[in-house]
Design a protein around this ligand. Sequence first.
Ligand code: ATP
Ligand code: MG
Length: 363
Amino acid sequence: MTTPRTFRIAAIPADGIGKEVVAAGRQVLDALAADSTGGTDAFALDWQEFDWGCEYYARTGKMMADDGLDQLKDFDAIYFGAVGWPTVPDDVSLWGLRLRICQNFDQWANVRPVHFLPGVISPLRKADDTELDWVVVRENSEGEYAGLGGRNLSGRGPGGEVAVQSSLFTEVGCERIIRFAFDLARTRTRRKVSSVTKSNAQQYGMVLWDDVFKRVAAEYPDVETESVLVDAMSAKFVLRPEDLSVVVASNLNADILSDLGSALAGSLGLAASANLNPERRFPSMFEPVHGSAPDIAGQGLANPIGAVGSAALMLEHFGLPDQAARLNKAIEKTTAAGVLTRDVGGSATTDEVTKTLIDALTP
Ligand code: ATP
Ligand code: MG
């Protein structure tokens, strides 16, 4: 019998349904770990939970501890719920916790898979029931979310207050995310990368991106490529998604496209994501794409599948692809059996889906 590899994970459930889905994900992961003993890829998890978020803010005036990053830096990964609550301004909660972690731990690659699940009705599912499966790779460190600009600038425009919001594109930033997308494409059945910009209207940063894309593409002759404008890509997501494999885009464009992708798959509640520091100098962070959903929080209605899918991405990051596949298989068995929360047309509770997922781990 092999000794299990132990991974230290920082759990940050934070706000609203983040708490419910992180609790669910932990239960499923613990069940999987317990069942892995004896196998060649046996693993164990050592959890530490942090109570940061909007309630912590109400008590302390801070979204996380002052030395929070220091407390997190030696974990193998961060398992995150969702941040935000109506009592705290969105920019305060987001920048005070989630983006603070993303930026300081240089999690520059955000991976968001989109795929259809059996038993889930998608607005896109075609008559022939084609299996669709693509990944949005989002630049997660610069671009439109670089925070550059200001308000109360005068002297331009027709009058009134003037605000400028600039984007930042660096050659290194573009190159590393584009290269990441090509390397990911090589691991997939369909070796194709679609690059998305709006370079007909934004003539500096997006054109730099396009230039870097052409240069990097030349090093991957085995990977098919295309460059598509973001407006055209939005249409393509709906009309020809079978033509996609890896879609790489800037921070804002990929943010919008991945929400579109998860809605097309059937619900925001199904969508998983990984914020990666590919150099592994800092922990990476795994979280569902959805937010804290105050409208349904605390009612047992949250779909835990996005969080559980994010846990599968975490296991892949740990080098446990077979365990990740077991988790994804359990998700498919659960949805195929019709055990669905309300957002995907069912009436099961978060707990019922979680229990079914755990049962589905054993073949
Ligand atoms: P954020 O600003 O944090 O991205 P948001 O305002 O975009 O959040 P979300 O909280 O992500 O909104 O979700 C929008 C709506 O989708 C929710 O109000 C909720 O009804 C539904 N929803 C999101 N996630 C889930 C889930 N896991 N299970 C069920 N419904 C969900
Ligand atoms: Mg949102």
